[in-house]
Write a protein that binds this ligand. Structure first.
Ligand SMILES: Cc1cc2nc3c(=O)[nH]c(=O)nc-3n(C[C@H](O)[C@H](O)[C@H](O)COP(=O)(O)O)c2cc1C
Ligand SMILES: [Fe+2]
Ligand SMILES: [Fe+2]
Length: 394
């Protein structure tokens, strides 16, 4: 991606990966991503904010050369994860006088990630709200742990009210436009999937850092991935809703079925909820990628996992989903397990145990032998009653 100016002598110099379909070998990225880095030319000193992934070396150096950046004073590292710090070792060679500016935790992690202990004298360690002058521009640092690593940090260009937030408020969304497009439903969905996978596990920290951003009141927010937020209010409002403790009136039913019994139960429950006017989303786990599912559970008050028994336990994709849900920690208040088995099962206990760290209420399970009949139908109706009752008080 070409270097472009965001504010007076504040440039975007990162790279774009249109083809990326998985981030961290973990998170589907339907719209690709970008690895954002920024260059700030003060009247006396120049600072680079973050780098990008090692394989983008050529594009990145080309951007710096286009801006005639033949010397550099500081590299500010807001986060040691390799997608942002990947080119630090190269830049230490390219710019022999450059110093790395970061917080203590990040410095420790950078050394771990890159093993450049011999370069330790090249670190400048800063603390909360310390500043660094570039002449007519001042950098101010806000260590911001747990959005999403212990080392993460925000950096502000005080005079321009530009805030660099590394992974916080980012999006895996490759776009030629430098700035966000609030009208694009794809962009907003990408922002939600990113929040679900990367930030939702740290919801209370997200809430704290939204308050910090309110206090800083930046004009531009420049994250480490995706478009620059030129109108941050909309995404911040969404983050406020997503990270709040209050779930929405929504049931997500995620199912897998081998011979159709669990599918029948899923369809029945979903249909019953629809008839009661309760918003519900149904996902076949074999067809649904984890990005879509993660985004679906962000606001849901109730999540139902529907699985048959395979070798005494849940179907492996249901285990995978339970593990995902337990990891990304949605705020759902009620969970349920439904499904079918043949002769012996511990599927309900297994999933209940896996999901227990969420602290949500486990609804009475509906786990039946073979093909569902009258008993299963009335138990599913009772489950829908319980959901309806609980959703009235959300
Ligand atoms: C590969 C495989 C392994 C199974 N293992 C068990 C098991 O260990 N215990 C059990 O009770 N049923 C077991 N079953 C039977 C299914 O749980 C049962 O057929 C169930 O009704 C299938 O639900 P479905 O129609 O939603 O796929 C197994 C079935 C398959 C295909
Ligand atoms: Fe990260
Ligand atoms: Fe990142």
């Amino acid at each position: 991606m070409a270097a472009r100016e965001i504010a007076d002598r504040v440039y975007s110099v990162g790279t774009i990966d249109w083809d990326l379909r998985y981030f961290d070998a973990l998170m589907p990225t339907a719209w690709g991503s970008s690895y954002n880095a920024y260059l700030i030319k003060g009247s006396e000193k120049t600072a680079l904010i973050d780098t990008c992934k090692p394989s983008d070396e050529t594009d990145f150096i080309t951007n710096l050369m286009r801006l005639e950046q033949h010397s550099l004073d500081y590299i500010v590292i807001n986060h040691a994860e390799q997608d942002h710090s990947g080119l630090v070792p190269l830049l230490l060679e390219v710019y022999p006088g450059v110093k790395i500016v970061t917080n203590e935790t990040c410095a420790g992690l950078l050394s771990v990630m890159h093993h450049f202990e011999e370069a330790e004298n090249r670190f400048i360690i800063i603390g909360d709200r310390e500043t660094l002058s570039l002449g007519d521009k001042t950098l101010k640092f806000y260590p911001s742990p747990w959005v999403h690593w212990p080392d993460t940090m925000f950096t502000e260009v005080v005079e321009d009210k530009v805030l660099f937030t590394t992974d916080f408020l980012g999006t895996h969304y490759a776009a030629s436009a430098l700035f966000q497009d609030d009208e694009s439903s794809a962009y907003l969905e990408a922002a939600k999937r990113y929040y679900a996978a990367i930030m939702m596990p740290f919801r209370s920290s997200v809430q704290d850092h939204l308050k910090l951003i309110d206090e800083i009141a930046p004009k531009f927010i420049c994250p480490g991935h995706g478009p620059v937020l030129s109108m941050p209010a909309k995404i911040i409002d969404l983050y406020r809703r997503w990270s709040s403790d209050k779930p929405q009136n929504l049931v997500v039913v995620a199912y897998v079925s081998m011979h159709g019994s669990t599918k029948f139960m899923t369809n029945f429950l979903v249909d019953d909820l629809v008839q009661r006017g309760i918003p519900v989303q149904q996902y076949n786990l074999l067809e649904t990628d984890t990005g879509i599912l993660g985004s679906a559970v962000v606001d849901a008050a109730t999540i139902i996992l529907a699985t048959p028994t395979v070798i005494f336990g849940p179907h492996p994709v249901a285990v995978n989903t339970a593990y995902l849900i337990r990891t990304i920690r949605p705020k759902a208040k009620h969970l349920g397990v439904i499904g079918s088995y043949g002769w012996g099962t511990n599927a309900v206990d297994y999933l209940g145990e896996m999901l227990s760290p969420l602290g949500a209420e486990m609804l009475e399970p509906v786990y039946i032998k073979g093909l569902p009949e009258e008993n299963a139908i009335s138990a599913l109706r009772a489950m829908a009653d319980a959901i309806e009752e609980r959703h009235k008080t959300l």
